[in-house]
Design a protein around this ligand. Structure first.
Ligand code: RVP
Length: 493
C-alpha cells in the first residue's frame, strides 16, 4: 500500500537559512538567473499574471529593473497582444518596426497615437513604407487646428537618416551632431526600416540591469489558458513578439496543461512555462511534455483560498523542493509562485530549488500596477484580488471572463454558481517599483552574502535550512519593542 501521508510540508515561516562561510566581497554577487530554458533575467523576480499586478506598464518597469512581467489574460486577445507590443517597442537600442502614420491622417490621429504608445513623434510613410517625413511634438504643439493633415505640418524629407545596420555609436554621433531626437533608418529604396531615439540611449544608461532580448528590446511574458480560444491567444501573443508564454492554470497536473504546452511548442519556437504544480510527479509530467519552465505553487498566494475551499495544496518551500527534484535533472528552471511576504523569502525559495520567484501581493501596491490609488483613513492603498475571486471571474474582457478557466469553471453560466478560490482586498501603496525591487534585491544580496554564494546556482547548491518552531518565528520578528518608525522593508503582516 502506498504511504497515505506525504512528508511534513514546510513553508517560508517554518525555516531559516544557515549562515555559511563567505570569502567574497558583497560586490561580487550576481543575482542573474534562468527564467526558462532560453530566457534569462538579471534579477530573479517575476510579476504575477494577475489583473491587479501586471499590464504593460508593470511589465516594462519589471524588465527595466532586470526581472520580467507576465501579462495577465483576463482581457481580450487583441488587448493582451497590444500590451506585448507596447512592451516590445518601449525601449531598445533600436525600434525595428516603428509606429508610423500616413500623410493624410489628422493631427488628432497623431495625438492619439502618441498618447497610446507614449511617444513624442512619428515617422510619416506612404503605402509602400517609404519615408516622407517626420511629425513630432515640435511640429504639432503650436497648431490649434487638430483637423489639419499631418502632411501640412510635418518636417518633410530630406531628413537626417541612418542606413540599416548603423552602429550605436555612429547613431549617437548623428543625433548629437544634428541636435535631433529621432534618427529614422532607411534601406536602399528609401523605405523606413527602423528608428533610433535619444530617449533609448538615455534609458539604457538609466537601467543598466534591464532584461533584454537579443535585439535589445525588453523581455516580456504573457499568460494563456487551456480552454476555448486559448491557442489563438497563444498565436496572437507570439505574433506580437512575446518572449515566453505561461500556460497559467491552478492545476498544472491536469492533462490539458501539458497538451496545450506541447501544441504550442510543436508549432513555435517560443519558450513555454507551465503550471502550477506542487508535487514531484506534477513537475515530472510537465518535464515529460517538454515545457521550458515549471511554475510551482498550489495555495500559497496571499489572496488564495484553494487550500481552504478545496483542502488542496502543499506548503510552498516543500512544494518548490519537491518540484525541483524532477526539474533539476532535465535542466528545466522552476518558478516559485506565491506566498512571499518578505525579501528573505526570495533566498529561501531559491535554496529550496527555485530559479526565480513570482510575486503578487508584494508588487500590487506599486505605482505601476493597474488600478487607482485608494485613500482610506488618510492612508494610501491599491486594490488586489485573486484571479479566482468572484470579482475577477465576473469581470469580462469582452463577452466572457478569461479568469474562470484558470479554475475550470468556464462552463458555469450564472455568476452566483461560481465557486471562488480567491478573495478581494487591498494592499498598502508602496510607490514606484524601482524602490520596491531595490529593497527586495538588496535583501537577496544580504542573503547571498550570509550564505557565501556569489551566484544563484551557488546558493541553490550550498544553502541549508534549519527548521524552526513557533517560538523561533516569534524570535525572528522584532519583539519586545513598540515599533515607532516604519522600515522600508518591514511591516508586521
Ligand atoms: P502572492 O504573491 O502571495 O500574492 O501570490 C500570487 C500568486 O497567487 C499568483 O501568481 C497566482 O499563482 C496565485 N493566485 C492568483 N489568484 C489566485 C486565486 O484567486 N486563488 N491565486
Amino acid at each position: 500500500v502506498p504511504e497515505k501521508f506525504a512528508a511534513l510540508g514546510l513553508t517560508f515561516d517554518d525555516v531559516l537559512l544557515l549562515p555559511g562561510p563567505a570569502d567574497m566581497a558583497p560586490g561580487d554577487i550576481d543575482t542573474s538567473s534562468r527564467l526558462s530554458r532560453n530566457v534569462r533575467v538579471n534579477v530573479p523576480l517575476i510579476s504575477a499574471a494577475m489583473d491587479k499586478v501586471t499590464e504593460a506598464r508593470m511589465a516594462i518597469a519589471m524588465a527595466r529593473q532586470g526581472g520580467a512581467g507576465v501579462l495577465h489574460r483576463n482581457l481580450s486577445i487583441e488587448d493582451q497582444a497590444a500590451q506585448v507590443d507596447r512592451v516590445k517597442r518601449s525601449e531598445s537600442g533600436m525600434v525595428t518596426d516603428p509606429i508610423t502614420i500616413r500623410p493624410d491622417a489628422t493631427l488628432r490621429d497623431a495625438d492619439e497615437l502618441c498618447a497610446r504608445f507614449r511617444i513624442s513623434g512619428v515617422p510619416v510613410t506612404d503605402a509602400a513604407g517609404r519615408l516622407l517625413g517626420i511629425v513630432t511634438n515640435r511640429d504639432m504643439a503650436f497648431e490649434p487646428d487638430r483637423g489639419r493633415q499631418v502632411r501640412e505640418v510635418m518636417t518633410p524629407m530630406p531628413l537626417v537618416t541612418g542606413r540599416v545596420g548603423i552602429s550605436g555609436d555612429d547613431a549617437m554621433e548623428l543625433l548629437r551632431r544634428h541636435k535631433i531626437e529621432k534618427l529614422p533608418l532607411v534601406d536602399g529604396e528609401g523605405r523606413l526600416s527602423g528608428l533610433i531615439t535619444v530617449k533609448d540611449f538615455v534609458k539604457a544608461e538609466k537601467y543598466p540591469r534591464a532584461a533584454k532580448d537579443a535585439e535589445g528590446r525588453l523581455i516580456v511574458g504573457a499568460a494563456v489558458g487551456v480552454a476555448g480560444d486559448a491557442y489563438d491567444r497563444a498565436e496572437a501573443l507570439i505574433e506580437a513578439g512575446v518572449d515566453f508564454l505561461v500556460v497559467d492554470t491552478a492545476h498544472g497536473h491536469s492533462r490539458l496543461v501539458p497538451d496545450m504546452a506541447a501544441k504550442i511548442k510543436s508549432n513555435h519556437t517560443v519558450d513555454v512555462v507551465a503550471g502550477n504544480v506542487a508535487t514531484r510527479d506534477g513537475a515530472r509530467a510537465l518535464v515529460d511534455a517538454g515545457v521550458d519552465g515549471i511554475k510551482v505553487g498550489v495555495g500559497p498566494g496571499s489572496i488564495c483560498t484553494t487550500r481552504v475551499v478545496a483542502g488542496i495544496g502543499v506548503p510552498q518551500v516543500t512544494a518548490i523542493h519537491e518540484a525541483s527534484l524532477a526539474a533539476r535533472d532535465a535542466g528545466i528552471p522552476v518558478i516559485g509562485d506565491g506566498g512571499l511576504q518578505y525579501s528573505g523569502d526570495i533566498a529561501k525559495a531559491l535554496v529550496a530549488g527555485a530559479d526565480t520567484v513570482m510575486l503578487g501581493s508584494l508588487l500590487a501596491g506599486c505605482e505601476e500596477s493597474p488600478g487607482e490609488l485608494l485613500f482610506i483613513n488618510g492612508k494610501q492603498f491599491k486594490s488586489y484580488r485573486g484571479m479566482g475571486s468572484l470579482a475577477a471571474m465576473q469581470s469580462r474582457g469582452e463577452q466572457r471572463s478569461y479568469s474562470k478557466d484558470r479554475y475550470f469553471q468556464e462552463e458555469v453560466g450564472e455568476d452566483d454558481k461560481l465557486i471562488p478560490e480567491g478573495v478581494e482586498g487591498q494592499v498598502p501603496y508602496r510607490g514606484p517599483l524601482a524602490s520596491v525591487v531595490h529593497q527586495l534585491i538588496g535583501g537577496l544580496h544580504q542573503s547571498m552574502y550570509y550564505l557565501g554564494g556569489r551566484t544563484v546556482p551557488e546558493i541553490k547548491e550550498r544553502g541549508r535550512f534549519v527548521r524552526i518552531t513557533a517560538a523561533g518565528l516569534k524570535e525572528s520578528h522584532p519583539h519586545d519593542i513598540q515599533m515607532t518608525t516604519e522600515a522600508p522593508n518591514y511591516s508586521r503582516r
